[in-house]
Design a protein around this ligand. Sequence first.
Ligand SMILES: *Cc1c(COP(=O)(O)O)cnc(C)c1O
Length: 362
Amino acid sequence: MTELSDLPLRANLVGKRPYGAPQDPVPVSLNVNENTHPLPEPVLEDIIASLAEAVRGVNRYPDREFTELREALAGYLCHGITPEQVWAANGSNEVLQQILQAFGGPGRSLLSFTPTYSMYPLLASGTDTEWIGVPRPADYALTPEGVSAALTEHQPDIAILCGPNNPTGTPLDRDVILAAYDAFDGILIVDEAYVEFDEQRDTAVELLPGRPRLLVSRTMSKAFAFAGVRLGYLAADPAVIDALRLVRLPYHLSALTQAAAVAAIRHSGEMLATVADIRAQRDRLQGALEELGYTVHDSGANFLLVGGFADPEGMFEALRGRGILIRNLNIPGHLRITAGTSEETTALIQAIAELTPVDTQH
Ligand SMILES: *Cc1c(COP(=O)(O)O)cnc(C)c1O
């Protein structure tokens, strides 16, 4: 048997591990920030009909420019966005990878503020881009001054601001985005994977006019309840979209993906109808955990970063033993928990209450 270490792997991949949250078939899966609410039946039926129609044409390659999907996404994004300003790929992870392929690479750098999305450094090493992780302040909230100083010092080729930030939930304020844009000459990506959950802030898509180096990445994997389809998208200047055409694989979005996404966007109101309930479950979970003596960080997303665990790995395993999967990201004392349905949240609160030593409870 050959081992990975016997193979002539690229030097910057040696010793690396693949991204991998556990995928256990447990009853309560709250570990990867999916929307756990089922899709409405009439919407499913329309998506199934669109897929059936698309299957009839699969002897041909799909529309390489996914024109109908880009029109649908532009309509959904509003704020005067045109299809020429829209791009999509198999998950926003692929969109981010294409951005790094076009604007990063050997001799170039990607900067973000840690802790943040664990895929950013992996995408950097996969494209031979130098990774610069700048620690966030103690409360994880970025400030215009802090962000400006880091970007002025490092002058990266690409910077990513994740708002709301994964895994901390921290919302991202507009003055931080504007300060970042003005502090360096590179590509600024705002990763809005969770933006639909943040009631208080508007999308950075509004900031696109006059800012050709600003890229706003979004996904259908979270609020839109469409993680299995793999559809991420981007709004930016049309010239940026032209750059991404240079690195995308031909026909990268299958006819089935395009058909499913177009049908889902037709029903965006119904697809997003569960967002208010998820927010309510998140707030309920926060209240219950604070009652039990835990520290919960301010979140604008569909998950909470929770501190105060004496033994996070022990709690993670004990919950897993009870059929509940959450996420241990190795932040000392902390675990990350996705807000699920009312039933899932009840099961989780009960289990954590039973596993919490009585003397730490309020
Ligand atoms: C989940 C997530 C994504 C999206 O991933 P997809 O590839 O679109 O499923 C992007 N950014 C962040 C910060 C995420 O948490």
